[in-house]
Design a protein around this ligand. Structure first.
Ligand SMILES: NC(=O)c1ccc[n+]([C@@H]2O[C@H](COP(=O)([O-])OP(=O)(O)OC[C@H]3O[C@@H](n4cnc5c(N)ncnc54)[C@H](O)[C@@H]3O)[C@@H](O)[C@H]2O)c1
Length: 357
């Protein structure tokens, strides 16, 4: 499978989409979106993309918990009701939640119809809207049903980010950093020396992350080897997310992944030969952007058992996606339970006040 789709980035992206719809569209057009996005982004979108003004709008409630079977079925029904036996064309306008459920609907309706992603969160711009992994949750089990279905194109206009809150901004930032660190040594150097935070400077970061993700996906669409490198930071990040979730405490995906990356950098140093200097440099870089996450002594055991259930594990052994050096992932790194424990302790010690001793 040659998993390449167009990615158009910049203030002209929506003009290109408009032009494309004007010349190519013969089908019924649908916009799938959520309430929050409809409120913040739909007016601007329709102002820029006049060709979509007669689209049927399918709006679902916001939030990951709504990436569920109920809303998937609602979308399928709307597609059936309004497509009048023509081929529907779907525009997913929103964050990763919308591109996941909208992509799934598009990938399964009529056994697959064309769809385009127009991401409105930083996370979706650098990650979720690219590469054709789609999914819904089943009874709160994340991403339990899904299909691989490539979008026909992704149109990225960072103007949408003006209304995004800080929490979601940081989530996207963590994933973008991860992709640059895992994907390309030169881009890691760029991050250290040239990247400036702030909305007005995000386009180069988005472009670099989107292109790297596209390249990795094109090498391994079905996630059998190198695509797993994009899971760097996620085994320990998910373990942290799950203890916070079980205690009803809030922690964003990005904060969890950033902390997960630090723990997995420690493991990379132990297991995959990541040089001590680089290990320290990447940790300090991440520490500039993400605040320390508290891990209580009593939660360590739970984190270890969650890490045991990670999807990358095989026959009872733990395999993590680590780093040999920036741009050189180590996708099936075998780690022992003791090493995982040490990595958690390393992270806790980094942030423990001396007074706690
Ligand atoms: N398929 C993939 O490759 C992939 C990769 C990473 C994450 N994901 C999925 O992505 C989802 C998370 O995506 P997300 O972080 O984009 O969250 P999201 O889509 O849930 O959006 C977060 C919130 O921000 C609002 N919002 C979106 N754009 C906005 C804007 N421009 N201004 C103001 N509010 C806006 C939404 O209404 C929502 O309330 C998860 O379901 C995750 O599983 C998928």
């Amino acid at each position: 499978v040659k998993a390449i789709h167009d990615i158009i980035i910049g203030s002209h992206a929506l003009d290109s989409l408009n032009q494309m719809l004007g010349t190519e569209r013969k089908e019924t057009c649908f916009i799938i979106t959520d309430h929050g996005v409809a409120k913040s982004c739909l007016d601007y979108f329709l102002y820029k993309v006049a060709e979509a003004r007669d689209a049927v709008i399918i709006e679902i409630p916001s939030g990951d918990e709504n990436k569920n079977t109920t809303n998937l079925i609602r979308i399928w029904h709307k597609l059936l009701e309004h497509s009048n036996n023509t081929k529907p064309l779907i525009l997913n306008l929103g964050g990763g939640m919308v591109s996941d459920i909208g992509g799934f609907a598009a990938g399964t309706f009529n056994r697959g119809v064309d769809y385009y992603n127009i991401p409105t969160t930083l996370l979706a711009m650098v990650d979720a809207s690219i590469g054709g992994k789609t999914a819904i949750n089943i009874e709160n089990v994340k991403n339990k049903a899904g299909v691989f279905a490539l979008p026909a194109g992704v149109f990225i206009d960072s103007y949408f980010l003006k209304t995004l809150n800080q929490q979601h901004y940081l989530s996207g930032l963590a994933e973008a950093f991860k992709t640059l660190i895992v994907g390309d040594e030169v881009e890691w150097k760029w991050l250290q020396s040239e990247f400036m935070p702030g909305l007005e400077n995000l386009d180069p970061l988005i472009e670099k992350a989107a292109k790297i993700k596209q390249r990795i996906v094109s090498l391994d669409f079905f996630d059998k080897n190198v695509r797993k490198s994009l899971n760097f930071g996620h085994t320990m990040g998910h373990a942290l997310e799950s203890i916070y979730f079980s205690k009803n405490q809030s922690l964003t995906h990005g904060e969890a992944v950033a902390a997960g990356m630090i723990m997995e950098l420690y493991l990379s140093h132990q297991v995959s030969g990541l040089h001590l200097d680089t290990f320290i440099k990447i940790c300090s870089f991440l520490n500039k952007y993400f605040k320390p996450i508290e891990i209580e002594e009593a939660d360590i055991g739970n984190m270890i058992s969650v890490s045991k259930k990670d999807k990358k594990n095989f026959r009872g052994s733990r395999f993590l996606s680590l780093l040999q050096s920036p741009g050189k992932p180590d996708v099936n790194a075998l780690c022992s339970e003791d090493q995982i424990l040490e990595a958690i302790k390393f992270y806790r010690d980094l942030y423990r006040d001396d007074d706690d001793e």
